[in-house]
Design a binder for this molecule. Structure first.
Ligand SMILES: C[S@@+](CC[C@H](N)C(=O)[O-])C[C@H]1O[C@@H](n2cnc3c(N)ncnc32)[C@H](O)[C@@H]1O
Length: 294
């Protein structure tokens, strides 16, 4: 059994926690999760490194250790309390207790970085490094999603490798690109042939693949998907093709009834029935809703 420590960003703690929990339960439904504000302590009999590699809203991740064989190390004190702490005190105490006298401190590429988490008590772990990459985009669009929000929405759906994700309004393909990069079978649809071609080009430049279909998603030509994740049209820059955006969203969601989970972004006031919704500041004065419909 391993213990993982996941620490959220300071902003949007609830959303960050929900993202982490969706990923943890997707990779191990039997994991035991103890939630303490920004800190999630997770006991798992399965590897959860993917949670850290995928998460958009986590700041740090670490895991427990028994013995460590190392020549060089570094320590990072992560203070989750409101108090100012003497970091040197915690590092000196840690080095003494771990008997690390034969290992050297190295801030450049150490064998191990220890995390000393100060919360309701002190937790110690090995901090995990992150494997992720910013994908290239040949084509952009004024209504495209920022990468971080695309990743967050995919993660909230709890989809994992080899399952199917559908984005029925894929635009330039941000969601499809990141889902495909995560090893998820991805299907993107868009009513605009130009957008479909943009998505194809954006996939190709990153050596990624997905099925891209030019169609009206109120009449989808596909029968199966595990989840639906989409940034749906708002009108203005992201055209609804003269349809009422709220009605269009409702129709597209009805058409995706085979999906076990639906996560969308829409403008405030357009939300369909939902189990959870979050307000997101896309930029200073533009607010959007991320909605988990089911
Ligand atoms: C907000 S944009 C999606 C942006 C995308 N997430 C990105 O990062 O580029 C909405 C897209 O929905 C498409 N769309 C509008 N009505 C549609 C319909 N009935 N069926 C399929 N796609 C539609 C538009 O062509 C547009 O590309």
């Amino acid at each position: 059994m391993l213990t993982y420590y996941f620490i959220t960003n300071k902003e949007n703690i609830q959303l960050a926690r929900d993202e982490a929990i969706a990923l943890i339960t997707a990779y191990n439904p039997n994991a035991e999760i103890i939630s303490k504000e920004r800190l999630l302590i997770v006991n798992s009999n399965k590897d959860l490194k993917q949670v850290w590699d995928r998460a958009a809203m986590l700041r740090y991740a670490g895991r427990s250790y028994d013995k460590v064989d190392l020549k060089t190390f570094a320590c990072k004190v992560i203070n989750l309390t409101d108090n100012k702490l003497d970091q040197r005190y915690y590092i000196d105490k840690f080095v003494k207790e771990m008997n690390l006298k034969n290992a050297k401190v190295s801030l450049n590429n150490p064998d191990v970085v220890f995390g000393i988490i100060i919360a309701d008590k002190e937790y110690r772990c090995i901090l995990l490094s992150k494997n992720n990459k910013k994908l290239l985009k040949l084509h952009k669009h004024p209504a495209e999603l920022v990468n971080k929000l695309a990743i967050l929405m995919i993660n909230l759906s709890g989809v994992i490798e080899d399952e199917i994700l559908l984005d029925p309004c894929c635009g330039t393909g941000t969601i499809i690109m990141y889902a495909s990069y995560m090893g998820i079978n991805s299907i993107g649809c868009d009513i605009s042939m130009k957008m479909c071609n943009y998505t194809r080009d954006n996939l190709e430049v990153n050596n990624l693949s997905a099925s891209i279909i030019n169609c009206d998603s109120t009449r989808l030509p596909i029968k199966r998907t595990d989840v639906m994740v989409s940034n749906l049209p708002y009108g203005r820059a992201s055209s609804t093709y003269k349809r009422d955006s709220k009605e269009l969203i409702k129709q597209i969601i009805d058409e995706c009834n085979m999906a076990r989970r639906i996560v969308i972004m829409c403008k405030e006031g357009d939300e369909p029935e939902y189990i959870k919704s979050y307000t997101i500041y896309v930029h200073s004065n533009l607010r959007r809703k991320i909605v988990i419909c089911r």
